[in-house]
Design a protein around this ligand. Structure first.
Ligand code: ADP
Length: 365
């Protein structure tokens, strides 16, 4: 929270330090721009600098330093300008100074109470930035902990699950003749339960992974390729349901291909799962550019979703159609939402019960 002062001419810097000490606010006086940059690296709440010290090389060095700052940081600068009527050149200079970002110009000679209150306001704003940083760090840590937890939990749970699967399989193969019909039925339930839990663990892991997709610029990938992989994974279900799938021209988007593939697979998989029994399933997949983004559309003629549940279905473990008819665990759409939102997109549905559903999601182009 100290104030850095760069005022190389005369006694300006010492006077400023004295004025701020009365508040009290701690200052560090930089003799030149190199010292200023050094102090900045150590941490500072505010910079007060005389305009004449901001030569083009100093401005360039400061701009470069600002580029290295994290997103939460917006260090305030107070620039002390010369007195008198502003000339046209002053006007241009003031515009150049905007490169520093958070800049306040104060005309000299500066009254002590003016600089004191401006410094107080600047430091207060800086304190808020530090608070945001702390909260952000705590959040990042919480997400990392959650992912670690999901990892360990799914790993540790998979071990006993594997034993259940292996031994029930062995039991079925070796002792089938010794079991009566109810015994075989119970064994079948154990096996399908183990399979469901295995899928659930996979889905929990995907959900946790989707929370920690790093925010870095990506090369565009063809959505058609991601869709193709998803349809390939669903090929048995597509064949079995005799679905008619139409795919329009697909764009390129800046996401990880595997993430996009997962979203397609969940949405097309649902369209197949929640189809009508008495109508041939039709699925239309298309994309449209809207305000710098691509909006993907997956429309089906299935059983539809009542309007009241259009938001709820994207929640974790939320299902509208539980029970044996439609297998699932309510994680699919929650994973899609997580993935899409990590890329700053949105996912939503338009539907009427009994009249098909159209899922949309947007992604950066
Ligand atoms: P799951 O399919 O495992 O239940 P999802 O998260 O994928 O979980 O979907 C949540 C719920 O949304 C489903 O249980 C279902 O009720 C509803 N739903 C999803 N997609 C469709 C669809 N295309 N048509 C009708 N209902 C759907």
């Amino acid at each position: 929270m100290r104030v850095l002062v760069l005022a190389p001419v005369g006694r300006d810097a010492a006077l400023l330090a004295e004025t701020l000490a009365a508040v009290p606010i701690e200052t560090a006086i930089a003799g030149d721009s190199a010292a200023l940059l050094h102090f900045l690296d150590e941490g500072a709440g505010l910079v007060i600098v005389a305009q004449e010290a901001l030569t083009p090389p100093v401005m360039a060095a400061l701009a470069k330093w600002l580029e290295t700052q994290p997103p939460w940081s917006d260090i305030p600068f107070i620039v002390l300008t010369s007195s008198g009527r502003p000339t046209r050149q002053d006007h241009y200079r003031a515009q150049e100074l905007q490169a520093l970002g958070n800049v306040t110009l104060i005309e000299r000679p500066v009254r002590p109470d003016t600089i004191q209150s401006s410094a107080r306001a600047g430091l207060r704003a800086r304190l808020r930035q530090y608070e945001i940083r702390s909260r952000q760090e705590a959040l990042v840590q919480a997400v990392a902990d959650l992912e670690q937890f999901a990892h360990s939990a799914s790993h540790d749970l998979r071990e006993p699950l594997r034993s259940i699967a292996i031994y029930s399989e062995l039991l079925a193969r070796t002792y089938e003749s010794a079991l009566d019909q109810r015994g075989c039925e119970f064994l079948g339930l154990i096996q399908s339960g183990a399979k469901r839990m295995d899928t659930l663990l996979d889905d929990l892991l995907s959900y946790a992974h989707a929370s920690s997709i790093p925010e870095q610029p990506l090369q565009p990938v063809p959505a058609a390729r991601a869709l193709e992989a998803a349809l390939e994974n669903l090929s048995a279900a597509i064949r079995e349901s005799d679905a008619r799938i139409s795919v329009a021209e697909m764009p390129c988007v800046r996401v990880h291909e595997s993430h996009l593939s997962q979203v397609f697979q969940n949405l097309v998989g649902n369209a197949i799962k929640y189809r009508k029994e008495d109508e041939r399933l039709r699925i239309e997949i298309s994309a449209q550019g809207v305000e710098g983004q691509w909006v993907f559309r997956i429309a089906d003629n299935g059983i539809g979703i009542p309007p009241d549940y259009k938001e709820t279905i994207f929640g974790i473990f939320k299902r509208l159609h539980p029970g044996p008819k439609y297998a699932g665990n309510g994680m699919g759409l929650a994973i899609c939402k997580r993935i899409v939102e990590r890329y700053r997109g949105r996912i939503w549905v338009e539907s009427e019960a009994g009249n098909g559903s159209t899922f949309f999601f947007s992604l950066p182009s």
